[in-house]
Write a protein that binds this ligand. Structure first.
Ligand code: ASP
Length: 333
């Protein structure tokens, strides 16, 4: 496209991460400072993005995403909603650390009130590394957000030439460039910079959700407990004592719970906590299992991984504490 006026207007919101990471030498892929480089440096490294969109950049945060917080999520969601409500903004690209990228993407998928494209990207190698992956990932993310095909697909994640849904995607490898996978399948891929979609996610997403976080200053306190052989009641009892509102149990297999933890979780429900069974397997749907689980009032996390169950339960608790309604949300989102 040559005419600037015809190009879509995208806002790039930078939050930090390895894509903005700076290391002492160009062979280092660890031991760097994540989030050190600003949005101007990121965009200047890929001037080609301006061939596909009119770009405005904003530095929203400069975080290593391992330190992501509810506070930054609320700020980010508010800003994305504000920007997308403007007629002259056609889409958003968010640069983010890869560690919690899937969580931010799912939080936005549930709280953005617009169907305009929102694409998250990041990098596994710092910007200063030989063969840094950030520049191509950023260019692809811009081309994806600029594409009319990306409208009403929910929040998208684009790294390593792959397009994934915020709902399905997860980081599966500590260091590989090919780390983001969707156990239920990717949505498509970037072919020579052009988006090609093959799938849609049949769950409610951005532009069709009931969660309104505009006036919130914090989110309900929900924790994850990881099941294992030899588990006990320690963390569950501590959570009850600490006043946690909900617990995700990352169970073995089909959300199975060690009997010692199960008794404690049943006490948690009696104390008013919401307990959701998820799984540590990395894929699959948690479905009804033991009768004692339903008798105790444990909910099922469907096919969301534990960290995404946590986000949905946090948002669910801003609306209701009714078990049946919350379970329904796990089937709808
Ligand atoms: N620790 C970094 C982060 O999540 C890792 C990365 O971006 O790849 O911010």
């Amino acid at each position: 496209m040559s005419d600037t006026a015809e190009k879509p207007h995208l806002v790039i919101l930078a939050t930090g991460g390895t894509i903005a990471g700076s290391a002492a030498d160009d062979t280092a892929t660890t031991g760097y400072q994540a989030g050190a480089l600003g949005i101007d440096v990121l965009v200047a490294a890929v001037p080609e993005v301006r061939d596909f969109a009119q770009i405005t950049g904003e530095q929203l945060a400069s975080l290593d995403s391992k330190d992501m917080s509810d506070e930054v999520w609320l700020k980010l969601s508010r800003r994305v909603n504000e920007l997308l409500a403007k007629e002259d903004v056609d889409g958003i690209v968010i640069t983010h650390g890869t560690d919690t990228l899937e969580e931010t993407a799912y939080f936005l998928n549930l709280t953005v009130q617009s169907k305009k494209p929102v694409v998250l990207t990041g990098a596994m190698r710092p910007a200063t590394a030989i063969s840094a992956d950030g520049p191509m990932n950023l260019l692809n993310a811009v081309r994806l957000a600029a594409s009319p095909q990306s409208f009403d697909r929910g929040v998208l994640v684009c790294l390593n030439d792959q397009i994934d849904s915020a709902r399905h995607v997860t980081k599966t490898n500590t260091t590989s460039l090919d780390t983001f996978k969707s156990p239920l399948g990717p949505l498509g891929c970037m072919n020579d910079g052009r988006p090609t979609f093959y799938n849609r996610v049949d769950r409610r997403h951005a532009g069709d959700t009931e969660f309104e976080v505009r006036n919130l200053t914090e989110l309900p306190y929900v924790k994850i407990i990881y099941g294992h052989a030899g588990d006990d009641a320690l963390f569950v009892d501590a959570a009850i004592k600490a006043g946690v509102r909900g617990l995700i149990y990352a169970g073995t297999g089909n959300g199975s719970i060690h009997k010692a933890a199960e008794a404690a979780l049943a006490r948690a429900v009696k104390a008013g906590l919401i307990v959701v069974r998820s799984t540590r397997t990395g894929s699959g749907t948690v479905i009804p299992a033991e009768q004692s689980y339903s008798e105790a009032g444990f909910l099922e996390g469907d096919s969301l991984n534990p960290q995404k169950c946590r986000i949905l339960l946090q948002l669910a608790l801003t609306r209701t504490t009714d078990l049946r309604q919350i379970q329904q949300m796990f089937y709808e989102y």
